[in-house]
Write a protein that binds this ligand. Structure first.
Ligand code: TXA
Ligand code: MG
Length: 339
């Protein structure tokens, strides 16, 4: 199939893509977080094509995108009491809410769970497409399963070009990491995935939120157990102060290794890709996935990565780097008494 990249700023392109969604086809869509691979959430056949195109496991449910909070209500069996307060604050935006699903949601979307994940994206083209399609749009990130999420139309084209008809090009995704997934389906509010809305922002509104790091025996967010953001060469994430980890990289980098570094601690070496200053978590989030893809294009045997402090948006950035490293952490933190 010939994939056509369309300017998301043009109304006729939104209409063309809305027709494609209505007739059960897939469209890659820009959002403020990452590009999504969208289909009519109420059309089981179209949704199954999402899983096939990405190579996604059938037990990993999808996020359903709607244009307004009121459009979310028919998709859930009961609206939690905190719903209005949360969506007044965060929608449209990078927060996904997990709630008990209604019968309208096909079980392929929720991967057999009794809940559904929903968000209103903060991107004019995504909202225009949902409205013009006249249906909720199920969309996981538009990468091949396992690879870094796409933050540019070209990333989508590199991963699944030739498999879908249209990519709506809305430019670079501003936030750059995926939405925060917040489970409000029972009495306890839990963050299942840190993301574009920070724990601090949520805590300002709801004091009682818990953080579920995905390591408990009952995995609440099925997606968290899979390998993510993988590069061909293994990533070794470095734990320590920026100057300690930069020193480590200086000692260990060579022609056969590469490094992901903060702008203010990097040095001149052809295999270094930077992703913003050490304290600038907003820049780190927006550049991370593009940087991982650039590192992945290098012919190296290992990639060292600096990890930001886990405050604010740094928590989501650090989470993605740890996942990319799939647990390979080198700790440079000095522990008194260990010699
Ligand atoms: O920012 C985003 O969230 C992007 C854009 C396109 O909206 N989408 C995205 O989708 O990151 P995806 O499929 O790559 O990640 C969705 C995550 C997965 O970890 C999945 O397991 C979880 O949300 N999820 C979806 N439905 C769920 C549910 N009912 N209960 C728990 N977790 C759920
Ligand atoms: Mg994804």
């Amino acid at each position: 199939m010939n994939t056509i990249i369309l300017d998301a700023g043009k109304k006729e392109n939104i209409m063309l893509c809305a027709e494609a969604i209505k007739s059960g086809n897939l469209v890659a869509i820009p959002t403020e977080t990452v590009y999504g691979l969208g289909a009519n959430a109420l059309n089981e056949k179209a949704v199954s094509a999402i899983f096939a195109t990405k190579g996604r496991q059938a037990d990993n449910p999808l996020i359903v995108h709607v244009a307004s909070p009121s459009d979310a209500k028919p998709l859930v069996s009961s609206v939690p009491p905190c719903f209005d307060m949360i969506v007044d604050m965060f929608w449209p935006g990078p927060l996904t809410l997990v709630m008990k699903k209604s019968a309208i949601i096909p079980s392929i979307v929720s991967a057999g769970l009794d809940t559904v994940a929903i968000r209103v994206p903060n991107h004019p083209a995504a909202l225009a497409l949902i409205r013009s399609s006249g249906c909720p749009i199920a969309a996981p990130s538009a990468n091949l399963s396992g690879s870094p999420s796409p933050t540019k139309a070209v990333h989508v084209n590199n991963d699944i070009g030739g498999k879908i008809k249209y990519i709506l090009d809305g430019g670079d995704c501003k936030v750059g990491v995926e939405s925060t997934v917040l489970d409000i389906s029972d009495g306890t509010l839990r963050i299942l995935r840190p993301g574009g809305v920070t724990l601090g922002e949520i805590k300002k509104l709801l004091q009682t939120v818990e953080l579920d790091d995905g390591t408990s025996s009952s995995v609440r967010s099925p997606g968290m157990k899979y390998r993510h953001y993988a590069t061909k060469a293994p990533i070794k994430a470095l734990l320590g102060s920026p100057s300690e980890t930069a020193e480590y990289i200086k000692r260990n980098i060579n022609g056969n290794t590469a490094a992901l570094m903060f702008d203010d601690f990097s040095f001149n070496h052809p295999n270094i890709v930077t992703f913003g200053a050490s304290e600038d978590h907003v820049a780190q989030a927006s550049k991370l996935f593009d940087a991982l893809r650039e590192l992945d294009s290098m012919d190296v045997s290992a990639i060292f990565a600096q990890i930001p402090k886990e405050d604010g948006l740094g928590m989501a950035v650090a989470n993605r780097i740890r996942k990319a490293a799939s647990g390979k952490i080198i700790s440079l933190v000095f522990c008194p008494g260990t010699g």
